[in-house]
Design a protein around this ligand. Structure first.
Ligand code: PLP
Length: 386
């Protein structure tokens, strides 16, 4: 069976996602109707400002947080940079020690490396073979001079869920600021910001069928955090620059489509997809292993190892047939660097590093498509195996 390019949707919803048609509609209407600058005094500006605040209200309400705790910005990378560098700069009198993990997104890891260059000390906590972090590691690493703990809610390569609630509980007894990159988890599972004592949380719209280049940082009320961008008074002087209203409206629309009921229904659908995929591979005699922690993972991401099969070759062959999957994170795509996440799990020398691919499901995928993809994957793996 060959998927034609026309009937194939990408099996690829972790690096980014296609825009939902309702998002496109709202964005297009916003661009036509609300082109005013939300900071302008005249009615075009006031109308745009009203829309901006309605979007903020909807997003905050859905998350159970206050409106002014939402700072709109350009997405996950900016949120991570602002949270991490901002906290370090504002708390350096209290200490210069920061805790994170070895499996964070480059937006977090590279912010940490930048801070190391400025004299901060960063502990990169290890994970086990399943990519799981032990809370006891966080506890052991905490010091009186620890000012920030930044640990992702869910990993973008394996889908693993990290023990955010337990870390939040631990940090209630410690003054360190708690930041979590929730970019992959948003819209997939409920985010319990208050319950988990989260101070800062990063979000990006393009993982939830919203536009690229837009997102927000949740900042707990009362936490002082210097701005990264200086200029106008937008976002209460916390993020200067004329707001991208169409993208913000598109993000709010995308968020509104991810109700708890929709998340639950999607999770069940993706579980069925995963079962079909794994059953088909087994029926075809394909040797496959799941990388990650099956008991604690996001429903839409599967990181699969095919022993003896080069992931790069597999990816190219599938691409020629119209199916798009990835090796590790697309944010490091273009370079053939092995995945730092898998390296942290199994060690740099392990063959799994070169034999693993990420399959991710999302809006628009159908069961028929997954069945066809599973057949194609099985055939291609068998044909590629050494
Ligand atoms: N953090 C995680 C976990 C991600 O998966 C991504 C995705 O690319 C980012 C941060 C970066 O977000 P953005 O693409 O909005 O800068």
């Amino acid at each position: 069976y060959t998927l034609s390019l026309h009937d194939a949707l990408p099996i690829y919803h972790a690096a980014t996602t296609p825009l939902h048609p309702e998002v496109i509609k709202v964005m297009s209407e916003t661009m036509q109707t609300f082109f005013g600058n939300p900071s302008s005094i005249h009615h075009y500006g006031r109308d745009a400002h009203t829309q901006l605040e309605l979007a903020r209200q909807a997003i905050a309400q859905q998350l159970g947080v206050k409106e002014h705790e939402i700072i709109f910005n350009s997405g996950g990378t900016e949120s991570d940079n602002t949270a991490i560098i901002g906290t370090a700069l504002s708390k350096q009198a209290q200490g210069k020690h920061i805790i994170t993990t070895q499996i964070e997104h480059p937006a977090v890891i590279e912010s940490m490396r930048y801070l190391e260059g400025l004299g901060f000390e960063v502990t990169y906590l290890p994970v086990d073979q399943k990519g799981q972090l032990a809370v006891s590691e966080v506890e052991a690493a905490l010091r009186p001079d620890t000012i920030l703990v930044s640990i992702m809610t869910a990993n973008n390569e394996t889908g693993n869920l990290l023990p955010i609630a337990e870390i939040g509980a631990l940090l209630r007894e410690h003054p360190a600021v708690f930041h979590t990159d929730a970019v992959q988890a948003y819209g997939k599972i409920p985010l319990e910001i208050n319950e988990n004592s989260i101070d800062l949380l990063s979000i990006s719209a393009h993982k939830i069928n919203g536009p690229k280049g837009i997102g927000f940082l949740y900042k707990r009320d009362g936490l002082s955090l210097p701005a990264l961008l200086h200029g106008g008074e937008q976002e209460e002087k916390r993020r200067a620059g004329t707001e991208n209203l169409a993208a913000i409206m598109g993000m709010a629309k995308a968020a509104s489509l991810h109700t708890p009921e929709a998340q639950q229904a999607a999770a069940e659908q993706y579980q069925t997809f995963a079962d079909v995929l794994m059953d088909t591979l087994a029926a075809q005699g394909v040797d496959v292993q799941l990388n990650g922690d099956p008991a604690h993972k996001l429903p839409h991401i599967l990181n699969l190892r095919f022993p003896g099969v080069s992931s790069d070759l597999l990816l190219m062959k599938l691409d020629l047939k119209g199916a798009a999957i990835s090796t590790g994170s697309a944010c490091t795509a273009g370079n053939v660097e092995p995945s730092h996440v898998l390296e942290a799990m199994v060690g740099k020398e392990h063959p799994a590093i070169r034999e693993s691919v990420r399959v991710s499901f999302g809006y628009g995928n159908t069961l028929a498509e997954i069945e066809a993809f599973a057949q194609l994957l099985a055939e291609t793996v068998l044909a590629t195996k050494k």
